[in-house]
Design a protein around this ligand. Sequence first.
Ligand code: GLC
Length: 583
Amino acid sequence: MGSTDQAKAKLEGVIYQLYPPSFKDSNGDGWGDLGGMLAQVEYLAELGISAVWIGPICDSPMEDNGYDIRDYYKIHDAYGTMEQLEELIAKLHEHDIKLMMDLVLNHTSDEHSWFEQSRSSKTNPYRDYYIWQPPSSNGEPPNNWRSFSEDSAWEWEEETGEYYLHIFDKKQPDLNWENKKMREELYTMINFWLDKGVDGFRLDAINMISKHPDFPDAPDDARHPKGQQFYKNGPKIHEFLQELHEATFGRVPGTLTLGEAPTVTMDEVILYTAPERKELDMVLQMEMIRIGKDYGHPWKNDPHWSPELLKESIVRWYKNVFGKGAYALYLNTHDHPRMIGTLFGDVSEIGGAEGKALNVAAAKAIGTFLHTLPGTPIVYQGEELGMPNADYDHPDQYRDKGTLSAYHRRIQAGESEKEILASFHARSRDGARSPMHWTGGEYAGFSEVEPWIPMSPQGKEFNAEAERSDPHSVFHHYRRLIQFRRESPILTKGDLDMLPIEEEWILAYTRTYEQETWLIILNFSDQPQTCLIDAKWSFVWEEGECLISHPKADVLTHSVFSKKEDPIKVDLLPYQSLVYRKR
Ligand code: GLC
């Protein structure tokens, strides 16, 4: 493979994101665990994925569900034991599935022994493992940077008279990557996991590890959190990543690395992932999942949101990055409400058979979209079942610390509870964190006891047991798409053409590779729609094969397209997905 092809296809397959607390509980404490993952390896194998990214499972006080690590070498008790992890790696390997761990290298928990030493005195050898600064001349924090929770990014420590930096919560102090000894300790730790047989890593907040050495005040601009331009993609980021690669991943050929790099520019993605630079394999394209979300009302009728923005983002990334660097795409993850609510509104609200049918069609349209674009797809647990977003209707049902502190802040500022909860449906991370639906039974077969976070009030019928035995389910639709992705180089390497379609809610595009062309048409609306397509594409369906047509499989193939016109009129059902292949 040339380096361009290598950059396009870091993985000829699909990554599955598993959120450990909510995947499957095996020991009856209401919290997901390794025993539960072990019990569901066959499920993952049946789905056909190539790699599974497991959220953080190291020992942690769980202030941020494991993104606050207390001990990098120990499995968190509630998840199980090191032996179980080893067993899981072996079992996944039997099915040719890679295991990717979540690697949190920007910060630790404040309960990590390094930080306990660091905060104990200014002369402690671990002091410099974290970022300490004296107060500014007027006794205030060293600068005006804000953390993700919207408070100052600096926390005062009375004992030693200095502030420490925490870009996230104050329980998550930032590590000081300028300290070589600290970096080397991290590399030793990563090599420990590589030696265990871990196949890859998702690197949390990895573009934040290099801070501006002067810690300047940030100007008053629209950026939230304030100050991020001074710690994202900082001055030494590439030097640090190259050193990290050489000391760890580079030792074990085939190790797969995926960086989380919020608000990274496309030029930077190329620098992070161009194969010859030896930094990371892929960076998450986080733009699509965020579209509309900053406005707090990303629902379908939001004036700030439309599929046009999606199309624009896809094309821009394809033109600027594809083939030069590599990126992974997701439409669902543990940090955002589920896309089925965001893109399509709450279709399950319609209720009954009609609501269910629309939910199925909408979920299939999301899957078809994700798997036919350039970029490695990541499927988030439950998405492959069409699980709706968990729209909790009481503040007590939320668990995410960020959501809860936003709630109290906004109540104090005089907002109504109704207003706040409505915006949480659109923004809270808990919407995607409700337990996985394994069966239609109590607690959806996730656990025998009440789970740590309430079950989703909606969508019990979207569960693995029912869908595995139904060939028309969302699950089997995803299986097919994942299989296409593994078998068809056109999806990993092919060129993209976005067709100019006037109707806002329709997306039509082609992928082309060597002699093959695929045509994909998606109706992202709950209404029937008609669009016009240039007749030059008619050869794809006239001489080609219909791979996907949902809903109403075979009826459409002939009745939809009238060959005599130019442009050709295409009638689409609500949320219809069509995929044609011409070899
Ligand atoms: C990443 C994780 C998120 C976590 C944060 C801090 O963005 O995806 O869940 O809260 O990093 O580690």
